[in-house]
Write a protein that binds this ligand. Structure first.
Ligand SMILES: [Zn+2]
Length: 495
């Protein structure tokens, strides 16, 4: 109290008391009450647990399994109590404007709604309103809380979609129940996955321009040369079924039990992967794979380019692919200054098969010739290789045709073959980068025995897997969540 004037001293006790306002007293009381409720719930839970674990000296597993089994009773009820505390005012709301006509509507009742979340079942008490002229019922607290329309809330849906993107639906169903304590049927998982991925395009799954710039800057740090950005383009075969197999009610058990009337078909999922070369390491930037036409693939690549996701001025861009003409045609249009590399492995395969036709399969001469030819290509002597090919005397017409074809192939790709120089400059010689993406993104999930995918569904799955691989899954899920929330708002407003 030193330094206070007599007047202040006199007033101090009064002032100190006035610091706590009536509102604050009420709030503190409420808080204490809420805490008391929470503790009460915990006590009840402990009682139930003690009832369950009769042993006085249970093993750790006996204890953990009992706690695990009942964990959601506790976390769910705690969450409900916390909600009650935060939304006391909203729960007491007496009137609300009708979202359709704007009339003020009096509350009908407080309706309790049970929702399922990762922390268990949560009971939400919320005032329910009903506008008689509009015949429209609504609960404004649902929107405030960001509740999903059904019982299963977004946290559960997010976990489920992540799981189905990795493992077959049936496995996902099992794991989901085991890990979350909540049930979602395979049909529901299937629908959810396709809904989350619906309309997802390359820019939805791609990292942002600044995220990519950051990756490039990290790799570029402390180097004299701009980092190499590899754009690899390729196709992977995935098993599909025709849309006509859809019948009246796809996925129904009765339908499944019947023998398939349709013929499965392997189709090419065309895709690209962009990555940085950091010494011996690959720094993944983005992948996009879909069952799509050449035009669609390059349209996606154009979008990526236009969005500034391939900053050509900051990198040394190189494109690696096999000999497919559609690829190189598109690349020339889109990235005319990029360094082009014909995948070394594909090239050597080509040379191998000609050697077998000419010298005979497994012949020592065939292997020697392949080795010598690849060495010459490595040294940049493609003209010499062509010259040599022209001087071979094939024994059969088949071999002659194959040799002619190889000459055409080497001529068409002559500027993409200078492997030795490419390697010296740090460029990759092969499309191993995209082949591993094909494996991880396409094959790992789509190629399962007995699984034949509708094209639309396989593209949904591929989009989600690209998102996971690109580190943008959360963003893609949030996009879905926002769409659902906006839709339910509209449903409320629109007649
Ligand atoms: Zn109304």
């Amino acid at each position: 109290m030193r330094g206070f004037s007599p007047r202040q001293r006199e007033e101090a006790p009064m002032g100190a008391a006035a610091v706590i306002s009536l509102a604050e007293v009420r709030e503190r009381k409420q808080q204490a009450e809420c805490r008391w409720h929470l503790h009460e719930r915990l006590d009840q839970w402990l009682d139930a647990l003690e009832e369950q674990v009769k042993e006085s000296k249970p093993t750790l597993e006996q204890l953990t399994s009992a706690v695990w089994e009942r964990r959601q009773e506790l976390t769910g009820s705690l969450t409900a109590a916390l909600l009650e505390q935060r939304y006391e005012a909203e729960q007491g709301q007496r009137s609300a404007p009708c979202p359709q006509c704007g009339r003020s509507v009096a509350v009908r009742a407080v309706v309790s709604r049970r929702v399922f979340t990762l922390v268990g079942e949560v009971e939400v008490d919320r005032p329910y309103f009903y506008c008689v002229p509009c015949g429209h019922g609504f609960a404004p607290l649902d929107a405030t809380l960001g509740l999903a329309a059904g019982r299963k809330q977004f946290d559960l849906q997010r976990a489920a979609a992540k799981l189905t993107a990795e493992v077959p639906y049936e496995t996902a169903r099992e794991l989901f129940a085991e890990l979350t304590g909540m049930k979602l049927g395979t049909e529901r998982l299937h629908t959810l996955t396709n809904t989350v991925a619906k309309g997802v395009g390359v820019l939805d799954v791609a990292p942002t321009r600044s995220e990519i710039a950051e990756q490039i800057a990290t790799v570029a740090a402390g180097r004299h040369q701009r980092p190499i950005l590899v754009l690899a383009i390729d196709g992977a075969h995935v098993p599909t079924r025709p849309d006509t197999a859809q019948g009246s009610r796809p996925g129904r058990k009765t339908q499944r039990a019947k023998r398939a009337r349709w013929q499965g078909q392997w189709r090419e999922a065309k895709g690209f992967r962009g990555y940085l070369v950091d010494d011996d390491r690959i720094v993944h930037l983005l992948s996009w794979h879909q069952i799509q036409s050449d035009e669609e693939l390059f349209a996606a690549l154009q979008q990526v380019k236009d969005a500034g996701l391939i900053p050509e001025e900051g990198v040394r861009l190189c494109v690696v692919a096999d000999g497919a003409p559609w690829i190189w045609h598109g690349v020339a249009q889109l990235f005319p200054t990029a360094r082009e590399i014909l995948d070394y492995y594909h090239c050597s395969q080509h040379i191998h098969s000609v050697a077998e036709l000419h010298y005979g399969a497994g012949a020592a001469a065939a292997l020697e010739w392949v080795e010598a030819t690849m060495a010459r290509l490595f040294a940049g002597k493609v003209d010499g290789v062509i010259w040599g090919l022209q001087r071979l005397r094939p024994a059969t017409a088949v071999a002659a045709a194959a040799i002619d074809k190889l000459i055409g192939y080497l001529r068409a790709h002559s500027h993409r073959l200078n492997y030795g120089a490419q390697r010296k400059a740090g460029y990759p010689l092969g499309s191993g980068g995209i082949e591993s993406a094909n494996k991880f993104i396409c094959h790992a999930r789509l190629k399962r025995s007995g699984a034949w995918w509708y094209v639309a569904n396989s593209n949904h799955m591929l989009a989600l897997r690209c998102a996971k691989y690109n580190g943008t899954f959360e963003r893609v899920f949030d996009r879905y969540k926002q769409t659902v929330l906006v839709q339910s708002q509209h449903k409320n407003v629109k007649k």
